[in-house]
Design a binder for this molecule. Sequence first.
Ligand code: S3P
Length: 432
Amino acid sequence: MDTLTVKPGSPLRGRTKVPGDKSISHRSLLLGMLANGKTEIRGWLAAGDTEATLGAVRALGVQVDRHDTHTLTVHGGMLKPPDAPLGFINAGTGIRLAAGIMAGQSFPSTLDGSYQLRRRPMKRITNPLQEMGAKITSTNGKCPLNIEPTQLKGFRYEMPMASAQVKSAVLLAGLFADGETTVIQPGSARDHTEIMLKAMGADIQVDGKEITVKSGSELQAMDLTVPGDFSSAAFLIVAGLIIPNSDLTIEGVNLNPTRTGLLDVLLEMGAKIEVTETATEAGERVGDIRVQYSELSGIEIGGDTVVRMIDEFPVLMVAALYSDGETVVRDAKELRVKETDRIAVMAQELRKLGATIEEREDGFRIVGRQNLTGFTVDGHDDHRVAMSLTIAGLLADEMTVITDAQCASDSFPGFADTLQNLGGRMLEQPIN
Ligand code: S3P
């Protein structure tokens, strides 16, 4: 179990990049394997979660050439029956999207993951897939998932929760179903699947909250450069805002509006943030984000904004602790079924640093300008928890030790190095 020790007190300054977007990296493999021809991927995220999906794609007989750590060629086309269960380790996106694809194949498969993934709900995908006729069974609503071949039929699905993973599983199954498959989403869940499917030539229509895919048109391989992950940038953004004298710029970040809810929230809290759009890559907006230390004020968050910043609440909790007044989050019950119950785990660990946090069933309330004292906290094998606690430690009175911090590399390999290069002080940096 790797440990990270953080010393407080240094501003973060300078320019940096963050690793490739995790959501887009998973999709580039999974859609690339279905497309005709060679999908060339640059800037691919080489991290725990995406390496797991890469392993599963190769286990389906797909040739993937690795030119260097971040540059891959996926030779799409025919999938072959795997010899063993497909293992997704901790990757919720990997297993849920792959389940939609595997439900439409002509051979059986089993999809499984780590002890952590085995705790996460899978009925949210098995229910709609079964309505499409899929022969998919879970183990008490969790993985392993067992899938038998069958012909799927298109249907109209009103999603009970705003989840990009559920939406994507159904749309991907729709590629193999008879007729049309329509998903109606209650909120603006990230739309990378729709964007990539369109770029690859799928017959897909987006009409407000309704997305319809028709089977029959073959996907065509594409070249893509994966932009930097906004969810990784979020840790640096919050750190820059709360540590006095900080001034940093993160280059080449994905600015897809279904992902940047945190920016809107922080701007409303009084953050000094400048965004410069520089490019469009594979239908995704990309740009640089400059952040300067700011006096933040608390905020109330609920409704559609929640889904647009769903992965950023652990680090928002840290920002709230250093803001004036109170921050209240509602409608965020989904946080309880992420890699961990992120409301409970973050409250528990931040309390060890002396924080006062009111936990609520669907969110939390934090009254700001609290003083944290350094202590030992645990990352709980949840990358976003470990990285949020590290950011909290950069402002605590004493050193903070984060145990189980190696999980940061599930999404942000080099996290500690990046902080250190910007001026953050780490006593050890074993996570890479
Ligand atoms: C993801 C969707 C989100 C997000 C996860 C990545 C994706 O999950 O929390 O980190 O790539 O589709 P849900 O769709 O379950 O909300």
